[in-house]
Design a binder for this molecule. Structure first.
Ligand code: SCA
Ligand code: 5AD
Length: 707
């Protein structure tokens, strides 16, 4: 080929959209080459850090004056265990705290509640009362260390307990710094720790913001979260559009109650996930600030503090693998770099053993030290917004911002986010994105090193995974609850709880102020929640999934067709479709996996029923009987499988002996062996390709029929 031909070839290549060869379905198509012409029409160019639209960061000096806060999310077992972990972390370089609560606390159950028994202390720290909260922060100066609390459903009693615990240790609310997540809308969309229906929950959110603005003005009253959308499967544009739409809904609700936009803006903070799409993730964080500044300015906010979006970021848990866990250190480091280049204010880096268990002490230290190395050894804090001016970065920042605005308009014209939750539109969109991603991984179009390509012999899993003895934690909590109840003035407690219920019913009084009085009198988290339940019954939400998408994406794939043929043969043998119940049990609301598996099994030819969330083992068995299930597939990600799955197996054996149980999720090998010895058919670990899951279900039905 002559030289001219070569050059033409190069140019053609450069102009071509490379979406088809990218590592995943990106929110924005990337080109192989960007040039000056890609900057035409980009309106945010030329702005400075600390100035609207804040694309270059919320502060003028950014990390050159103060690096981002190293804030590791942590919590497990009971308050004393977690307190020790917090104090050790602070002594070793952590700069702020971030509390992970256990699932019963999230859902407003005390540790002695039968609905919560198996989950106590498993996925976070168990907090039942202000006494637990005091133990959690023993010897930690709450006027100097900022504390983030990931709490949404039970925000009233948990935040009340924090405020009272601080007061009783001599720290006034005015001195408290930190953040309460207090973002209920995304709970209905993905995270699933809601307790009440959306409308009363929005009142709770607003009461919390108002109280904090008045009494604890240094505390961020909300951390509007996109992280969970990403973890559930959303791409960058969907993550931003939903997060900013939710934030906008909160602002509107607060304005309606008479708060000024300026004051609201100063109270808001944000939280995003940072995954493996390196350039797009940096651009996403920059675009988030541009879009939000525009919204706040339109609403009338004038000050930088109210217009600038401040954010926490967490590296992606979903991107981490159980196979070759050390590879996760590399993934997390690069994701953390994207968060830093995107200008985050605060960061959590995930532990490498995340797909196997809660972080061990070693893995937590390594995750934190990753950030210390970034701050102190790599010079990353020396230059503000180093990607500014890059043809690629500025172009995709602008592209993402435009797409986010369009999607937000689409959500608004549908009646807004509350309506989009009620119709199931949001849940469906995220689920569909997750299903497509799974199909791309299973077909090898999206590479996951060590999982679907470049596999090497598996090393033994790390031997020092954190094991929690949930029964022991629960026994301690139950004992302490009983002691608390003997020492308190029950009349005072009853009066405070009645006042809280009245406040909820009549719409009068600030619910956080009322809850603080309950908690001060030593009412428990569960009692406060039950008082509100008397007015607002616990919400129920149907679980849905979409069939068709997964199978369509894998239609041309021989491995998938083989698996489908095995199902067809089984159908012929049975003379009907094999029936599966996909179930979640206990307080674990992580349903991405359950929904994806339900979708794929349907496409393979099973008749699938997807159970509701938060079922007890007995209710799962009821559902299995109602569905006439041949197999019950339980998804368990909360660590409570030994008790919960064990009980499903035992009860099913009596009530529907022909049905077999398989479990998928994070199940240590030793537990898998134990459960199998006790009647479980199979365990499907993280990273299993869908065809092997299908085959496993087929084999389970065949074996169950034979026995
Ligand atoms: C910072 N400051 C500067 C500056 N940089 N001042 C001048 N020049 C600069 N360059 C000032 C700030 O204005 C602030 O002061 C103070 O320094 C602290 O900085 P900051 O940026 O506000 O940092 P931080 O206190 O860490 O707050 C960050 C953020 C907050 C605003 C994002 O909301 C936060 O910490 N969020 C964390 C949320 C979190 O950890 N969530 C975990 C979720 P002033 O205050 O005086 O202005 S985990 C989860 O949900 C996932 C798992 C699950 O359970 O589902
Ligand atoms: N301790 C530490 N990290 C946790 N995560 C969830 N619970 C805990 C906990 N108790 C992190 C994991 C998970 C993400 C949602 O939050 O990284 O993927």
């Amino acid at each position: 080929m002559n030289r001219e031909g070569d050059m033409r070839g190069d140019r053609d290549f450069a102009d071509e959209s490379r979406d088809a060869v990218r590592h995943g379905p990106s929110a924005v198509p990337l080109k192989a080459l960007y040039t000056a012409s890609d900057l035409e029409g980009v309106s945010h160019l030329g702005s400075r850090p600390g100035e609207a639209p804040f694309v270059r960061g919320p502060h003028a000096s950014m990390y050159t004056q103060k690096p981002w806060t190293i804030r590791q999310y942590a919590g497990y077992a009971d308050a004393a265990d977690s307190n020790l972990a917090f104090r050790t972390a602070l002594a070793e370089g952590a700069q702020g705290l971030s509390v992970a609560f256990d699932l019963p606390t999230h859902r407003g159950y005390d540790s002695d509640d039968p609905a919560a028994a198996a989950d106590v202390g498993m996925a976070g720290v168990a907090i039942d009362s202000v006494e637990d909260m005091k133990r959690l922060f023993r010897q930690i100066p709450l006027d100097r260390v900022s504390v983030s609390m990931t709490m949404n459903g039970a925000v009233l009693p948990v935040l009340a307990a924090f405020i009272v615990a601080a007061q009783e240790s001599g720290v006034r609310p005015e001195a408290l710094t930190g953040t309460i997540q207090n973002d209920i809308l995304k709970e209905y969309m993905v995270r699933n720790t809601w307790i009440f229906a959306p409308e009363p929950s929005l009142r709770i959110v607003a009461d919390v913001v108002e109280y904090l603005a008045e009494r604890a003005p240094r505390f961020n009253a909300m951390s509007v979260s996109g992280y969970h959308f990403q973890e559930a499967g959303a791409d960058a544009v969907l993550e931003l559009a939903l997060t900013l739409s939710n934030a906008r809904t909160y602002v509107d609700a607060l304005v309606t109650r008479g708060m000024s936009v300026e004051r609201i803006g100063e109270r808001l903070s944000f939280f995003f996930g940072v995954g493996t799409d390196f350039f797009v993730e940096i651009a996403k964080l920059r675009a988030a600030r541009v879009v939000w500044a525009g919204i706040m300015s339109e609403l009338g906010a004038r000050g930088a503090r109210a217009q600038a979006l401040r954010m926490h970021c967490q590296t992606s848990g979903w991107s981490l693998t159980a196979q070759h866990p050390q590879n996760n250190i590399v993934r997390t480091t690069i994701e953390a770099m994207a968060a830093v280049f995107g200008g985050t204010q605060s960061l959590h880096t995930n532990a490498y053993d995340e797909a196997l268990a809660l972080p061990s002490a070693d893995a937590s230290r390594l995750a934190r030290d990753t950030q210390l190395i970034m701050q102190h050894e790599m010079g990353l804090c020396d230059v503000i917004d180093p990607w500014a001016g890059s043809y690629m970065m500025e172009s995709i920042t602008d592209d993402i911002a435009g797409r986010v605005r369009d999607l937000m308009t689409q959500i608004a014209t549908q009646g807004g986010v509350v309506e989009a939750i009620r119709s199931g539109w949001v849940q469906q969109r995220i689920h569909e994105a997750a299903t497509r991603t799974q199909a791309r991984i299973d077909s090898g179009q999206r590479v996951v090193v060590g999982v679907n390509r470049f596999r090497s012999p598996e090393a033994d899993p790390p031997s020092n995974c954190l094991e929690i003895d949930g029964r022991q934690v629960r026994a301690r909590q139950v004992r302490q609850l009983a002691e608390l109840k003997t020492r308190r003035d029950d009349v005072l407690v009853a009066r405070a709880l009645a006042a809280l219920a009245d406040g909820a019913r009549d719409g009068t009084g600030n619910l956080l102020a009322l809850t603080i009085e309950c908690v001060r009198a030593r009412a428990t988290i569960g009692e406060c929640t039950r008082a509100l339940e008397g007015v607002w019954p616990r919400y129920k939400m149907p679980s849905r999934f979409s069939s068709g998408l997964y199978g369509e994406a894998r239609m041309v794939d021989a491995a998938w067709r083989d698996a489908c043929n095995r199902v067809s043969a089984l159908v012929t043998r049975l003379g009907r479709l094999p029936r599966v119940l996909i179930a979640k049990v206990g307080q674990d609301g992580h349903d991405r996996g359950a929904k994806t598996v339900a979708a794929a099994l349907t496409d393979a030819g099973f008749y699938v029923s997807l159970g509701a969330l938060f079922r007890s083992p007995g209710e799962v068995v009821d559902d299995a009987i109602a569905a006439k299930a041949d197999v019950v597939g339980i998804s368990s990600l909360s660590g409570a499988h030994l008790d919960l799955v064990g009980e499903v197996v035992r009860t099913l054996r009596v009530r529907r002996p022909m049905a077999a149980v398989v479990v998928g999720g994070i199940i240590p090998d030793e537990h898998a062996r134990f459960l199998k010895r006790n009647g479980l058919f199979a365990v499907l670990g993280p990273g299993a390709a869908m065809e092997s899951i299908v085959s496993s279900f087929v084999e389970t039905v065949e074996l169950a029929l034979a026995s």
